[in-house]
Design a protein around this ligand. Structure first.
Ligand SMILES: [Zn+2]
Length: 285
């Protein structure tokens, strides 16, 4: 097995979307009206070259986000709270071709951690792959309701007929719900609700090390370690961060969320999550 990272351009959001702040102002209002932009961060997608086939996790963003009229500027989030910098050659399709992988022929499965545009924007490159999406996330993101929630369902490829997953109650280490997507059980989906209610992550085990493809479970490893949820997530965020930390105490884990600028270094050094010993750790056996 081999795990590779593809950067599909950059995105810029507000600081208080990256890290939740306290106060009585509703979180989305804070994000929309804040003047404090965070630095540009990468948009990562992942390729797992598994013996049973190639699995892509998230598809990154499309350069069309810079084409006038593509993003719904009537939506306050797109008008006020996000900027993209994606060039045509940054898209996942051309980058896979450069790696010798034809996205139209060679990719067995595509898993989406959730359907926000910076994860689903490259879907059009995979017309012949099985696309795996959580059933409830697909429901939430579809139609007018989905558009109002900030998804771009009208930009999904017309051919999209995903395999809708119900991640079952089936414990995997510290996670209550999980689903293997390879026969050898080395690539697992786990439920990581928080950023959105039906967010999932993919864990790939290679040589005893667990590569945790976390989507937007948190934007950075620092926020995971400090249990700081993102600014717009649900109440389940902190529980998910705790589950993830518990997982990393049981299993050597390299944390790979979609927008952490420190990931190249972390991958190069095979740096696993290390937590300070706490006297009140509850260990699951
Ligand atoms: Zn994202």
């Amino acid at each position: 097995m081999k795990i590779e990272r593809i950067q599909t351009g950059k995105v810029r959001i507000k600081e208080n979307q990256i890290s939740r702040t306290k106060g009585i102002i509703p979180p989305m209002a804070k994000v929309l009206f804040s003047k404090k932009w965070a630095d540009w961060v990468p948009i990562y997608a992942w390729v797992i070259e598994h013996e049973e086939g190639i699995i892509v996790v998230d598809t990154g963003e499309t350069h069309k986000t810079s084409v006038k009229g593509y993003l719904p500027k009537w939506h306050p989030y797109y008008a006020l709270a996000v900027d993209f910098d994606v060039k045509p050659e940054d898209e996942i399709g051309p980058q896979l071709l450069k790696m010798g992988i034809d996205p139209k022929k060679d990719v067995d499965k595509v898993v989406l951690t959730h359907l926000h545009t910076d994860h689903a924007g490259g879907l059009h490159h995979f017309p012949n792959s099985e696309i795996l999406i959580d059933r409830n996330e697909y429901k939430t993101a579809s139609g007018l309701k989905g558009m109002c929630a900030g998804y771009l369902p009208h930009r999904w490829p017309k051919w999209l007929q995903p395999t809708l997953m119900d991640v079952p109650e089936s414990p995997y280490s510290s996670f209550d719900r999980s689903l293997p997507i390879t026969k050898d059980g080395k690539v697992m989906i786990v439920a990581t609700p928080g950023h959105v209610a039906n967010h999932i992550s993919v864990i790939a085990e290679m040589d005893g090390v667990y590569y945790f493809l976390a989507g937007d479970t948190s934007y950075t490893q620092e926020n995971l370690l400090n249990k700081v949820p993102d600014g717009i997530g649900t109440n389940e965020s902190i529980q998910t961060l705790e589950n993830l930390l518990a997982f990393s105490r049981e299993n050597p884990t390299i944390y790979l969320p979609s927008h952490d600028p420190l990931i190249p270094e972390r991958m190069k050094n095979k740096e696993v999550i290390r937590q300070q010993e706490s006297t009140c750790q509850i260990r699951k056996h």
